[in-house]
Design a protein around this ligand. Structure first.
Ligand SMILES: Cc1cc2nc3c(=O)[nH]c(=O)nc-3n(C[C@H](O)[C@H](O)[C@H](O)COP(=O)(O)OP(=O)(O)OC[C@H]3O[C@@H](n4cnc5c(N)ncnc54)[C@H](O)[C@@H]3O)c2cc1C
Length: 425
């Protein structure tokens, strides 16, 4: 169960820092600690799964340069936002949209683990007890324990209480290989709203090309309920057809499924003095978009900088409070109100420089820029949503607290249709 070299232990181990959960957020922390050359810090990672290889693809924007650049599969200076009415090409300079597959990041984290001399515990954690001086990480079934000065906990969990809006971003993507050039590797499709819109929620397709013959093509919905496996396949096939791609000339090489919470339910980032929650569990997922990666990366850098300076590894909140409020209002307007998703996003990109919208979605704009972004939405539905949100908050205060339901697992069945003549290609 313990792995440091090939040694076996049963006694508790003392470390300075325990990473509970070793997925995206923890991998970014390990890479950031290593990049800063931090040595002599006793670190443990506790996770029942040692993440390796491809289990997700991260797309995010930012300035070019930095330690992740060599790991990227692709990046684009230009992206398209498509509605039934218009096709908009956005120049993102000085930013760019980038794709990082999980394999290279997990490899980078493994390299960092070796250099940092990390102790890896392959076990599920079921409790973390914090006495204010140290935290005791207990693994399931009375397994080994880790005593840590600080715990960074990224185990998936629902928000502390149900959100006023409880949507999910749920999706299926196909990695498509074509037998001739059909994709434009010079630009990605960020959001294509020509897909059939669900009765409640928003849907869109997108295309992330890594070459003129290879791309991730995905169908995404923002909404309260998942589709069936066959439903995702039908929606993806529909989007593929909308792109004018001939299924007979394509091979589905991989399928990617996911569910990400989109909610204004609160994710508690500091449950006790020595425990910090990270990643989706710590509120790094932007409620209005599901984007998480940039906030996780920002917080990983803050943690590494703090430790390098001998300070507690406590990052700033993933998003400013006013952004969480704006997201609550936007989600409400999309869910209850007369604001259509395609129209909402189209207006954002139509009336603001792309770079401002992207920084807004990352939570790094100034209040003046946020006002400009807010002004680009239709005022009346937003005022109604603001009032509705305020009333709902008041009602919530008067109700006894209730637990939030867990985020459902992604639907994996309903295999992608591979043309029989291409199977195994
Ligand atoms: C398929 C997919 C694609 C995504 N694409 C994007 C994207 O393009 N852009 C973006 O910004 N965001 C994206 N996201 C959202 C987000 O960036 C990812 O979910 C990201 O991996 C979140 O990191 P995390 O560390 O919070 O969770 P995870 O990466 O899921 O890591 C959680 C870890 O906790 C471990 N764990 C679970 N239970 C226990 C336990 N009891 N004890 C110890 N460990 C435990 C798990 O094994 C796992 O390793 C995507 C999510 C998914 C699922």
């Amino acid at each position: 169960m313990w792995q440091r070299g090939r040694m076996s232990h049963t006694a508790p181990v003392d470390v300075d820092l325990a990473l509970v959960g070793g997925g995206g957020a923890a991998s970014l922390v390990l890479a950031a600690l290593d990049r800063r050359g931090i040595r002599g810090l006793r670190v443990a990672v506790v996770d029942p799964v040692h993440r390796r290889g491809q289990d997700r693809t991260w797309a995010f924007w930012g300035r070019p340069g930095g330690d992740l650049d060599p790991l990227l599969s692709a990046s684009w200076r230009q992206v398209e936002v498509v509605t039934p009415a218009a096709r908009r090409t956005l120049d993102l300079a000085p930013l760019r949209y980038a794709m990082l597959r999980s394999g290279p990041l997990y490899d980078r984290a493994a390299e960092a683990e070796r250099r940092l001399g990390v102790t890896r515990v392959v076990a599920a954690v079921d409790r973390v007890d914090d006495d204010g001086e140290r935290a005791l990480v207990r693994t399931a079934g009375g397994g080994p324990t880790v005593r840590a000065g600080w715990v960074l906990d990224s185990r998936p969990r629902p928000p502390a209480r149900p959100g006023r809006t409880r949507w999910l971003q749920h999706f299926r993507g196909w990695w498509l290989a074509a037998d001739r050039p059909v994709f434009d590797p010079g630009r990605a499709v960020l959001m294509d709203f020509r897909t059939r819109q669900p009765s409640r929620g928003v849907s869109f397709g997108y295309v992330l090309p890594v070459s003129d013959r290879y791309a991730l093509v995905e169908y995404t919905e923002f909404g309260p309920t998942l589709l069936s496996g066959a439903g995702y396949d039908a929606a993806l096939a529909g989007y593929r057809d909308l792109l004018g791609l001939d299924p007979a000339r394509l091979t589905v090489r991989e399928v990617e499924n996911g569910v990400i919470p989109m909610t204004d339910g609160p994710f508690v980032a500091r449950p006790s003095p020595r425990v910090v929650r990270l990643g989706t569990a710590g509120g790094a997922t932007r409620p209005s978009t599901g984007f998480t990666f940039s906030a996780m990366r920002r917080q990983a850098e803050q943690i590494a900088a703090a430790l390098a300076a001998g300070r507690p590894p406590v990052p700033a909140p993933a998003y400013p409070r006013r952004h969480r409020w704006m997201d609550a209002v936007a989600l409400r307007a999309l869910d209850r109100g007369p604001v259509g998703g395609p129209e909402f996003f189209d207006r954002l990109f139509d009336r603001n420089p792309a770079e401002r919208v992207l920084r807004f979605l990352d939570g790094t704009t100034t209040p003046a820029e946020e006002l400009a972004v807010m002004r680009s939405t239709r005022p009346l539905p937003m005022v109604a949503a603001t009032a509705g949100d305020a009333l709902h908050r008041l009602r919530d205060r008067l109700r006894p607290p209730r637990p939030a339901p867990p985020v459902p697992a992604p639907v994996r069945d309903g295999a992608a249709p591979v043309p029989p003549d291409r199977a195994g290609a």
